[in-house]
Write a protein that binds this ligand. Structure first.
Ligand code: GLU
Length: 458
């Protein structure tokens, strides 16, 4: 069977770098196994899910370099979930419950005081047909719970230790005792679905072979494996990765605005800087700027993720970004440079000249302005340096300029001015760019405007 993974966010906000980690673990896994990547929107909560967020998530994924083979939305598949519900009911493993939240809380407290595990005691299973009819006649609507197979064929009100195990492709052997869990509610009073059942139905229908998601879902997995079996399906393989947290250990949420993929894009962070940090944090690999998705896929090993939280420092994004830019090919920035007004004829040479000296591509706009219009603020030069710069400008070679012009020019200045090294280069750099450091002047000079330089002679 073809390896098939899925990324299944709820479209209730923008995805952040932690969601990107999940998406990338799946995408890289698919790339490595030549498999399929399904984008699934868990939008059964129709009140909070929006098409705009779904579209924004797809945009973010494409921008990151993730290209789904198929896109599905749970909101279009309610008939499939209704069908599964009918099957579970007729198998006797989905039962109606009428307790209110307050009643449940009270029972939980009683169980705790009796040193019993604080799980649902399955009281609703003992309701007779007449009692159920009476409750419904009162206008009460049931919620529906899945009867976990944790009573060994005996009395469901007395669960027995029932280990459910799987070999997690990230965490290794995992075991959950089903007796430690409450029967999960699959359908609410108002008929809406919780995430648990639709996810399983989709994974079956869509031929998902590997479910890779955050380790906040480990317990869900035990329940869902039981549900796969109750629906007569073989469960897929599961992998749970550690979650990204801030340095103080705080988890990310849809409200982590500054760390949303969209906001990072707006801050000028490149996709591969995000991908490198999102994937390599919390693994046994060093965090390094990986230049392409193919390279990241080649070195990706899901089992290298550790079991503890993946703490990360957003400041690393800037460092990684700088490194990514140093080798970023012109093709990747062609349209962005065009938007900055860099003419096609000089754009590639310009990019290769400045890419080693910028934090973000947007910084290139600043260098383009310096190249065309000179320093943002004229450098303050000592009297001697000013005289030297005047002499230098008078000796500027005629155009056309090439990468040899800087050497020709400065070599010719050495003898008459008696200057060399920093004393020769720094005043010229300051005059030409207003900056004490920056791109190699042999490369930069041919991009500058000779007439402008002459006009700005100090
Ligand atoms: N919508 C779920 C979430 O975002 C999906 C979990 C899963 O991958 O099954 O947590």
């Amino acid at each position: 069977m073809k390896t098939t993974v899925r990324f299944a966010p709820s479209p209730t906000g923008h995805i952040h770098i932690g969601n990107a980690r999940t998406a990338l673990f799946n995408w890289l896994f698919a790339l490595r196994s030549n498999g399929r990547f399904i984008q699934r929107f868990d939008d059964t909560d129709t009140a909070r899910s929006t098409k705009a967020f779904a579209d924004a998530i797809l945009y973010d994924l494409h921008w990151l370099g993730i290209f789904p083979d198929a896109v599905h939305a749970q909101s279009k598949r309610f008939d499939r979930y209704d069908d599964a519900v009918a099957r579970l009911k007729s198998a006797g493993v989905l039962y109606p419950c009428f307790e209110t939240a307050e009643e449940l809380e009270l029972r939980r407290k009683v169980r705790l005081s009796r040193k019993l595990p604080p799980v649902y005691g399955r009281e609703a299973l003992t309701l007779t047909g007449a009692e159920i009819a009476a409750l419904e006649a009162e206008g009460r609507k049931p919620h529906w719970r899945f009867l976990l197979p944790n009573y060994g064929g005996g009395d469901p009100s007395e669960p027995v230790r029932t280990e459910l195990s799987w070999t997690d492709i990230i965490r290794g052997d995992e075991t959950v005792d089903l007796a430690s869990l409450s029967d999960p509610v699959l359908v609410r009073e108002d008929g809406t679905y919780l995430y648990t059942l639709p996810s399983v139905v989709d994974d079956i229908d869509m031929g998902v072979t590997h479910v890779i998601r955050g380790d906040d879902h480990v317990t869900n997995t035990a329940v869902q494996i039981a549900l796969f079996r109750a629906l007569g399906a073989e469960p897929p393989a599961f992998g749970h990765h550690n979650l990204l947290t801030t340095a103080s250990g705080e988890g990310l949420s849809k409200r982590s605005g500054a760390l949303s993929v969209r906001s990072l894009r707006e801050q000028g962070i490149e996709p591969m800087a995000i991908a490198s940090l999102a994937v390599l944090t919390g693994t046994s690999e060093n965090i390094a700027a990986i230049p392409s998705m193919a390279t990241l896929a080649a070195q990706f090993d899901p089992a290298s993720a550790s079991k503890s939280a993946a703490k990360f420092d957003p400041a690393d994004l800037v460092t990684l970004n700088r490194t990514i830019l140093q080798t970023l090919p012109y093709e990747e920035v062609r349209s962005r440079l065009a938007l900055m007004g860099v003419p096609e004829a000089s754009a590639e040479a310009f990019w290769l000249t400045v890419r080693g000296n910028i934090d973000t591509v947007a910084d290139a706009a600043r260098w383009w302005s310096i190249a065309r219009n000179g320093a943002e603020t004229a450098a303050e030069l000592s009297d001697e340096d000013r005289d030297f710069v005047r002499t230098a400008v008078d000796a500027l070679p005629e155009t056309p300029w090439d990468t040899g012009t800087w050497k020709t020019w400065t070599d010719a200045l050495k003898e008459p001015t008696g200057r060399k090294g920093k004393g020769l280069y720094l005043p010229l750099r300051l005059f030409l760019t207003g900056q004490p450091s920056g791109p190699d002047l042999s490369d930069l000079l041919p991009l500058l405007d000779r007439e402008g330089i002459v006009a700005r002679r100090p």
